[in-house]
Design a protein around this ligand. Structure first.
Ligand SMILES: Cc1cc2nc3c(=O)[nH]c(=O)nc-3n(C[C@H](O)[C@H](O)[C@H](O)COP(=O)(O)OP(=O)(O)OC[C@H]3O[C@@H](n4cnc5c(N)ncnc54)[C@H](O)[C@@H]3O)c2cc1C
Length: 539
């Protein structure tokens, strides 16, 4: 098999992050091929919590309402101490993205919704049952080597004939043990953290049993065996138990052992086990999310974190969004190639910050030393709560350096408010549209020359003058701008702030800077990549 024209983008891995990258690019009409080694969707849950930013992506993909049939807004999160009594209750803070701060969900339903969406996208081709085994970078395209995947051996069949696929860009979305990362020669910095946890998902027998179980996440910070329980969506329930030192993972496959662990909550006839598995939680971040000019890493292939914050998949979704809009503009010829370089420089520090926060969170909640745990419990009870960690901003990349706003809004997540425009009302992205938006407080004027406005529109820019062409019905956008002393802000397609200005007179400079940065062309990168898995037989 083969075709003369390279695909625009090849995505290796159809986990949630690869699927989202494919859906975003496919909806933009980009020609995408997705390569997944397993013949069928995985079908079992890993992630259970998603945040408001993920919801804004589902909104864009048109599946938010469908997911809300089962996804459950999280109203609180409680920790219980070494004595089994409450130590702290986290109320969920308001969220900027136009959705509740976080939700629990059942991952197979998300992946099924994404698969259905991708099925309907004519420019996305799904190749299942083949694994990526080699990558060769040429000046204007990448050659990707594929081999049939032997499910029984859980390895590519390297004795079979290799198939070659060509693409202009390659996205490695192939998970924590990423073959693509290895082939690209990108080292990952491992934090040296390793814990084994037993993860079990249950379907309660009926509504009465389900109603007896808490509908919000609970962390049991018992030094003898830290564990947690949470709803994963409206119907399912998740427990996670830390394995202690030399415990044998095989014991956790025995039903009597499983039901022994669950006995405080449920009897065996009250629920069906959907799956139980021992996972090793690790923390690692790739040294770069890019290699050469044309290859990128997203999701767990780029960063891996223990699930204490529920941000692993969410971070991957941010990667997919950040890369998809850049690739779309570059492939369309509306942006210069250096736009792609800011993907790694922005996303890496952001993901690293969340890896660090996840580790810090786990260190506190999973304290194994009884004395230290008792001290933690006393301190948290005395404090009466915990200040939420500041959410990280993007690393350096595409941003308007001097915006006259302090503290700077550059690289911060924007606010999505409810608005009304041209007879439509609803969330900003649905009403005004997606892409770059220049949002002006107090009706403008925007001071843009016709040429600057046309150039802004040519990269997908829209102007929303609050109080003029757009009414800020819930006051969220006006409140946000005024809290920062901003007369105008430019929000990027990935919802992060490019820049803000305190004076309307500075809007043209802000937009000019955006256009200059988007159009910049990268210097040719001398690095080329030629890697194939060893022992691959070429025919
Ligand atoms: C127990 C647990 C709980 C978690 N809870 C949360 C949570 O609440 N919230 C959250 O945001 N995150 C959570 N996470 C993290 C989240 O599950 C991961 O971050 C997410 O699944 C990563 O998605 P991905 O698409 O990057 O990778 P994966 O889901 O690992 O998908 C990678 C895909 O690539 C395929 N592949 C691999 N190699 C090749 C190859 N050579 N060729 C072709 N295909 C290949 C694989 O078969 C797989 O389908 C949790 C993780 C675990 C284990």
């Amino acid at each position: 098999m083969g075709r003369d024209e390279p695909h625009d983008v090849a995505i290796i891995g159809a986990g949630p992050v690869g699927l989202v990258a494919a859906a975003l690019l496919g909806r933009a009409g980009v020609d995408v091929v997705v390569v997944e080694r397993y013949p069928d969707p995985f079908g079992l849950p890993r992630a259970i919590r998603m945040d408001h930013e993920a919801m804004r992506i589902w909104q864009e993909l048109g599946i938010a309402e469908e997911l809300l049939a089962d996804a459950l807004p999280v109203v609180r999160y409680e920790w219980f101490g070494a004595d089994g009594e409450p130590i702290v209750a986290f109320d969920m803070p308001p969220a900027p993205s136009g959705w509740v701060f976080s939700y629990t969900f059942f991952q197979p339903e998300l992946e099924a919704a994404l698969e259905r969406l991708i099925d309907r996208l004519p420019t996305v081709q799904m190749r299942r049952g083949v694994a990526c085994t080699g990558v060769v970078e040429h000046d204007d395209h990448i050659v990707i080597e594929l081999a049939p995947f032997d499910v029984a051996a859980n390895a590519p069949d390297l004795s079979a004939a290799a198939e070659e696929l060509q693409a202009r860009y390659l996205i490695g979305a192939d998970g924590a043990r990423s073959t693509v990362r290895g082939l690209l020669g990108i080292p990952a910095n491992d934090a040296g953290f390793g814990e084994r946890w037993f993860v079990i998902d249950l379907l309660p027998r009926d509504a009465d049993v389900a109603a007896r179980l808490p509908d919000f996440p609970m962390q049991f910070c018992e030094p003898g065996r830290p564990h947690m329980m949470a709803p994963n969506g409206r119907r399912h329930r998740r427990w996670e138990f830390m394995l202690i030192e030399n415990e044998d993972a095989a014991d956790y496959e025995r039903p009597d052992h499983i039901w022994g662990l669950l006995s405080p909550w449920l009897a065996p006839d009250e629920a069906t086990i959907v799956r139980g598995a021992v996972y090793e939680f690790r923390a690692a971040v790739a040294e770069s999310f890019q290699a050469g000019r044309r290859c990128f890493l997203v999701g767990d292939a780029a960063h891996r974190m223990p699930p204490h914050l529920g941000e692993g998949m969410c971070s991957g979704l941010r990667d997919a969004k950040a890369l998809a809009w850049r690739l779309e503009l570059v492939l369309r010829g509306s942006a210069g190639t250096s736009l792609l370089d800011s993907y790694s420089s922005e996303r890496l520090p952001h993901a690293q910050a969340l890896v660090d926060q996840s580790l810090a969170m786990g260190k506190v909640s999973c304290e194994r030393d009884p004395m230290a745990a008792a001290q933690r419990d006393r301190a948290l009870r005395a404090a009466g709560g915990v200040e939420p960690w500041p959410f990280p901003a993007l690393g350096p990349g595409l941003g308007h350096a001097d915006d006259g706003i302090s503290p700077s809004l550059v690289g911060q997540l924007s606010v999505q408010g409810s608005v009304e425009s041209a007879g439509r009302s609803g969330r900003f992205d649905d009403v005004v549209g997606r892409g770059f938006s220049l949002i002006l407080d107090d009706g403008g004027p925007d001071e843009l020359s016709p040429a600057a406005r046309a150039a802004f529109e040519s990269i997908g820019g829209r102007v929303a003058a609050l109080g003029a062409n757009v009414s800020d019905t819930d006051g969220a956008l006006t409140g946000w701008l005024r809290a920062h002393g901003a007369a105008a802000v430019v929000v990027r397609p990935d919802f992060y702030v490019f820049g803000a200005v305190a004076r309307v007179a500075d809007v043209p400079a802000l937009v000019d800077d955006l256009l200059a940065q988007v159009h910049a062309t990268a210097a040719t990168n001398p690095q080329t990549i030629r890697k194939t898995q060893e022992n691959h037989v070429h025919h």
